[in-house]
Design a protein around this ligand. Structure first.
Ligand SMILES: CC(C)(COP(=O)(O)OP(=O)(O)OC[C@H]1O[C@@H](n2cnc3c(N)ncnc32)[C@H](O)[C@@H]1OP(=O)(O)O)[C@@H](O)C(=O)NCCC(=O)NCCS
Ligand SMILES: CCCCCCCCCC(=O)O
Length: 173
């Protein structure tokens, strides 16, 4: 069976919105307790000549972590994000970023990501703390009219779980 991507945070999300031509247009899949995306940085994401900008790398991690909510089964927002840049990230080379929820502690979701180049080189790791919020967070602080759309996305994404629904507290890794 062909695996379907998880729904984007919004159609124009800078990380995963298919309609945002200036964005990363990440396509994110879930495999068990992990979410992952294959990304190839290009001239839109350049920092030093030939290399991806560190901020573009951080944005990709942040956005992928935003898909941890399908695993934790709650909307959540970034409180802190740390990236360890292990090696320069070349443009035009596919890499895979995988993320999982390491621990859930009350409203705090501790997440970890690792990125590997197509030749197996470890490129970067990232850690984040997301804080679980209610859907009202987005109505209060964001575009109130979009909350129904967010709710629909959340419902559709949670319906994605299928038979391999994870435990609410995945083991620490
Ligand atoms: C995240 C946010 C909702 C949290 O605000 P809040 O509800 O007032 O939460 P608090 O500051 O009380 O912190 C919540 C909990 O997280 C903990 N926490 C906060 N920052 C933390 C960090 N960096 N590491 C670990 N724990 C942290 C607090 O200690 C608290 O824990 P407790 O409930 O056990 O006491 C708010 O700061 C916010 O909206 N930030 C902007 C988020 C954002 O826009 N991110 C980018 C886009 S997704
Ligand atoms: C559908 C609910 C949206 C959850 C928010 C996702 C956060 C993405 C990363 C970010 O904006 O920094």
């Amino acid at each position: 069976m062909t695996q379907l991507p998880l729904p984007p945070h919004s159609p124009t999300c800078m990380g995963c919105g298919p309609d945002n031509l200036a964005g990363l247009q990440l396509v994110v899949f879930r495999s068990g307790d992990e979410v992952y995306t294959d990304v190839t940085f290009d001239e839109r994401h350049i920092g030093a000549p030939g290399l991806a900008h560190g901020g573009a790398v951080a944005a990709a991690c942040d956005d992928l972590f935003g898909f941890g909510l399908w695993i934790a089964r709650t909307p959540a927002v970034t409180r802190s994000l740390t990236v360890d840049y292990l090696a320069p990230v070349p443009l035009h080379r596919p890499l895979r970023i995988s993320a999982h929820v390491r621990e859930i502690d009350g409203r705090k979701l501790h997440l970890k990501a690792t990125a590997t180049a197509d030749d197996g080189t470890a490129l970067f790791t990232a850690h984040a703390v997301f804080i679980a919020v209610s859907i009202e967070h987005f109505a209060q602080h964001g575009a109130p009219g979009a909350v129904q759309d967010l709710l629909d996305r959340l419902t559709s994404a949670l319906d994605h779980d299928g038979p391999d629904r994870p435990s609410p507290h995945p083991p620490d890794r």
